[in-house]
Design a protein around this ligand. Structure first.
Ligand code: ADP
Ligand code: TZD
Ligand code: MG
Length: 576
């Protein structure tokens, strides 16, 4: 043996300790963008059998890691370079934390001594300090022998309790540090029970059951925490045994099929205003639920809380009472909470009366009939509804496909029109209503599902935030069909600048040929002006699995300002 190979046999280094720690914990995929100091790391990770998906911008690599976390329940991993790469990834980290998705953003960082004295290193920045307020936890590892513990702490922090984003700072020097192979092996940590179950207190369970029994008009609201919890069967059992109508929040669609007889989505405004006991399951009472106040909830004025009483199942003990009083908090993981509730109610639970369920059914029927008429209209150019009718059909045919969805009108219409049939298949703008998740989430869905079809329905503005990642989709030949809802702008394509100089701030180049973007990288690009053309294009894309972009031409006058949240614009508030 030469002295070099002897050394290799007896020592290991930071690069390999990071790889070994991730692999030991069942993490086999990295979403990344290379550069100093992580380029060699990514090469080595690939050489050691890890899947490395390399992006064109860190935000999308980060979004992919976050979506991977939601889809798999294990932390998604994103690697970036220092300062600018780190900052580009930070939006995704903060968004993951807001959405309660487990991810770990790992950024290389510059020389500590120089950064701390602000002496001007290459890409100098105190990344740890910047990340801290924006994520659930942040750690830095300085010594190779601490890598195992650093990664273990990052994994636990990401997935235990309320999941979220974790930042892990790995200084450039760390990667090349070597230690003896034996010490290295001993330093690795295999995390045992990373997301421990949390059993709810028996009295909390009986309090909740008593309250539910007292209800005349009960309602269950399922949130993305319930989808994330993978307690699908316990939830179904509870809903079906109690007979309580339920509303899925957007990313909980498909936890039970949207076509389930107890699904009250098509009578949403009626049930929210009328319910007397509402059980929140992994759903926060935030802006998406009007904070439990105002007309949405049957109260007389915007600040007045609902008269309904709340049961809240959540893993976070501080979530209850965040907006209105919660009468029966049940704190634990959804699986354990639901199992305890199912045991407590047994099989003889008195289902809600026909007065309540009948009134819901009547409204549902009326609204669904109205919707069917709008979907069937063959308008030219396409309306949001006629185009989404096609997507709706596709999801019915292929319930195993993923639906990624972003935009304003494109999002709001799709959420109510496109039924979902399987859990965790709908990935969207989430708690922040953020644009730009489209291609990152689509890549993660294709990669993590090992090739299930992905249909990404994006407004033309929304698509623009991550559009360059169509190259990534082509490079890895992923079965993603991007459908750009092209209405020439943000909300609409019709705004004019009253002064007649530059164009208005919400409009884009008219008749943009988005399909050419996909063709540029060898994918399939199609223009669709009619529902028939759209159907043919999506059918072909899903059947072939070929990267496809459909430029779906939508009536530029059809959208409304901010979709369904027009009222949140300051000018609308002024008019109130
Ligand atoms: P939505 O936007 O769909 O209403 P939110 O993101 O507001 O959902 O709420 C998700 C909630 O689910 C958070 O309060 C979070 O603490 C909770 N949660 C996440 N995972 C679990 C779990 N495994 N068990 C219980 N609660 C969970
Ligand atoms: N920037 C980010 C990161 N997130 C945002 N939500 C916005 C800006 C503001 N915004 C919305 O809330 S929706 C939207 C923007 C820019 C785009 C809407 O246009 P679209 O969809 O073309 O995607 P529609 O179908 O034309 O409404
Ligand atoms: Mg648009």
């Amino acid at each position: 043996m030469t002295s070099d190979t002897t050394e290799q046999a007896t020592t290991t280094d930071g690069f390999h300790l990071v790889i070994d720690s991730l692999k030991l914990n069942g993490i086999d995929t990295i979403y990344a963008l290379p550069g100093i100091p992580i380029t060699d790391f990514l090469r080595m990770a690939q050489a050691e059998g890890m899947k490395v998906i390399s992006f064109r911008h860190e935000q999308h690599a980060g979004n992919a890691a976050a979506a991977a976390g939601f889809i798999t329940g294990r932390p998604g991993i994103c690697f970036t370079v220092s300062a600018p790469g780190f900052l580009n990834g930070l939006t995704a980290l903060a968004n993951a934390t807001t959405n309660c998705f487990p991810m770990i953003l790992v950024s290389g960082s510059s020389e500590r001594e120089i950064v701390d004295l602000q002496q001007g290193d290459y890409e100098e920045m105190d990344q740890l300090a910047i990340a801290k307020p924006l994520c659930k936890a942040a750690f830095r590892v300085l010594h190779a022998e601490d890598i195992g513990v650093g990664i273990a702490r990052a994994i636990r922090a990401a997935v235990s309790g309320r999941p979220g984003g974790v930042y892990l700072d790995l200084p450039a020097k760390l990667f090349a540090q070597s230690i003896s192979r034996q010490a290295g092996e001993q330093s690795l940590v295999k995390v045992v029970d990373p997301a421990p179950r949390q059993i709810p207190a028996p009295e909390a369970v009986s309090r909740a059951v008593e309250l539910l029994k007292s209800a005349k008009k009960p309602l269950v609201i399922l949130g993305k925490g319930a989808a994330y919890a993978r307690a699908d069967e316990e939830i179904r059992t509870f809903v079906e045994r109690t007979g309580v109508p339920y509303l899925p929040m957007s990313m909980a669609k498909g936890l039970l099929a949207d076509t389930h007889p107890q699904c009250a989505s098509a009578a949403r405004s009626f049930v929210l205003a009328e319910a007397d006991v509402v059980m929140l399951v992994g759903a926060r009472l935030n802006w998406l639920l009007s904070h439990g106040k105002g007309k949405t909830w049957g109260a007389a004025s915007a600040k007045e809380p609902t008269k309904a009483k709340f049961i809240q199942l959540d893993i976070s003990p501080t979530e209850a009472d965040s907006n209105v009083a919660v009468a029966a908090p049940v704190i634990g993981d959804i699986g354990s909470c639901m199992a305890a509730l199912n045991a407590a109610i047994g099989t003889g639970f008195a289902k809600p009366g026909a007065e309540w369920t009948g009134a819901i059914a009547e409204r549902k029927d009326r609204n669904l009939t109205k919707m069917a008429e709008t979907l069937a209209k063959n308008s030219s150019p396409m309306s949001f509804q006629s185009a989404l009718g096609i997507v709706r059909e596709k999801m019915r045919e292929r319930p195993d496909a993923y639906l990624v969805n972003e935009g304003a009108n494109t999002l709001d219409f799709a959420r109510s029109i496109v039924d979902m049939y399987e859990p965790r298949k709908r990935l969207d703008v989430g708690t922040w209503g953020i644009m730009g998740i489209g291609m990152g989430y689509a890549v993660a869905a294709a990669v993590e599902s090992k090739g299930k079809p992905v249909v990404a329905v994006c407004g033309d503005s929304a698509f623009g935030f991550s559009g360059m990642e169509v190259e990534t989709i082509c490079r890895y030949n992923l079965p993603v069909c991007v459908v750009v809802f092209n209405n020439n702008g943000i909300y609409r394509g019709t705004d004019v600048n009253p002064r007649g100089t530059e164009v208005a701030p919400t409009v884009f180049v008219k008749d943009a040929k988005y399909e050419l973007l996909m063709q540029a990288f060898g994918g399939h690009g199609v223009r669709a002006e009619t529902p028939q053309e759209l159907k043919a294009a999506i059918d072909e894309a899903v059947a072939s699995g070929r990267p496809t972009l459909v430029n779906a031409i939508i009536d530029e006058t059809a959208g409304t300002e901010s979709g369904r949240i027009t009222n949140l614009n300051p000018a609308a508030a002024k008019k109130k």
